[in-house]
Write a protein of this length. Structure first.
Length: 284
């Protein structure tokens, strides 16, 4: 699932190309992914593109908003009119994005200005919803602090940990506590902090919590620096890939040698999610 760095990378690009443009058309290929009437969107101008947690928000005129969740493998691909995409194949999809026959995974096509925004999603978990300002605020209020803001302090993280006996990895994935961290960045930040992902959150000392907070910020900024992680489906709106996967220390490296101590990276399951760690560097 795209996490904070991936969604923020998408936001930055879309804000650049979509801001100030008008929605000319909406083609819905899967009603489940866009249940509202297209007539409520066509003719609206995009004021700006925002992000909250793993959500993208296209702010429209008349207090309307398109709220987008990419879920497990969603993509937003921007194609200018007259550009076919040169038959670029999406990972694990069958397409020519931008051609007269869209990818089999394409669920919604938004005609915006002089281009088209393709919403691709293989498993039909992702969605686009049209919501008014008050509905949007209610939805966004469900999420915790943004980890790249001043609100994400050591004291805030300490309070979360002190009040939870869950594994620290699961605490970091709780979107009601911290918005935007997923499996990849939780695993990497715990490794840098030398914290076992299965340890109970309330067992961590203040010094370890401070270190963890700093490393969470560090790996998220690295994710942004390298344009996100293209592990499977993630592509940027221009169909280029992110590169953070080239810098993984533990995530997805089961059986490989730890880059710090040489021990073999192990994989366990926590909360139904694959969790990667070094048994020597992350003993406790």
């Amino acid at each position: 699932m795209p996490e904070l760095p991936e969604v923020e990378t998408i936001r930055i690009r879309l804000d650049t190309v979509l801001k100030g443009k008008t929605v000319r058309s909406v083609k819905i290929l899967s009603k489940k992914q866009f249940p509202q009437s297209v007539s409520l969107v066509v003719g609206e101008k995009i004021i700006k593109v925002e992000r909250r947690a793993k959500l993208l928000i296209l702010r429209l005129t008349h207090k309307k908003n398109l709220m987008i969740h990419l879920k497990l493998n969603g993509q937003l691909i921007w194609i200018r009119n007259g550009v076919t995409g040169d038959k670029v194949l999406l990972k694990r999809s069958v397409p020519t994005i931008g051609s007269s026959l869209p990818a089999k995974s394409t669920r919604v096509i938004l005609g915006i200005g002089r281009g088209r925004l393709f919403f691709n999603e293989m498993r039909k978990f992702g969605w686009i919803k049209l919501v008014k300002d008050d509905e949007l605020q209610r939805e966004l209020s469900k999420y915790g602090v943004e980890p790249l803001t001043n609100d994400f302090s050591a004291s805030y993280l300490e309070n979360i940990c002190r009040n939870s006996q869950r594994a620290i990895k699961l605490v970091l994935l709780d979107q009601e506590k911290i918005a935007g961290i997923g499996n990849i960045y939780a695993s990497e930040s715990l490794f840098l902090s030398k914290i076992n992902p299965a340890i109970s959150a309330d067992k961590l000392t203040l010094n370890r919590i401070r270190g963890l907070r700093g490393n969470i910020v560090k790996v998220l900024k690295l994710g942004l620096k390298y344009g996100g992680t293209s592990e499977e489906y993630y592509l940027r709106p221009d169909m280029t890939t992110g590169n953070y996967q080239k810098h993984f220390l533990v995530y997805g490296r089961t059986g490989d040698k730890c880059k710090k101590c040489g021990s073999l990276i192990k994989r366990i399951s926590l909360g139904g999610r694959g969790t990667f760690f070094c048994p020597k560097c992350q003993k406790s």
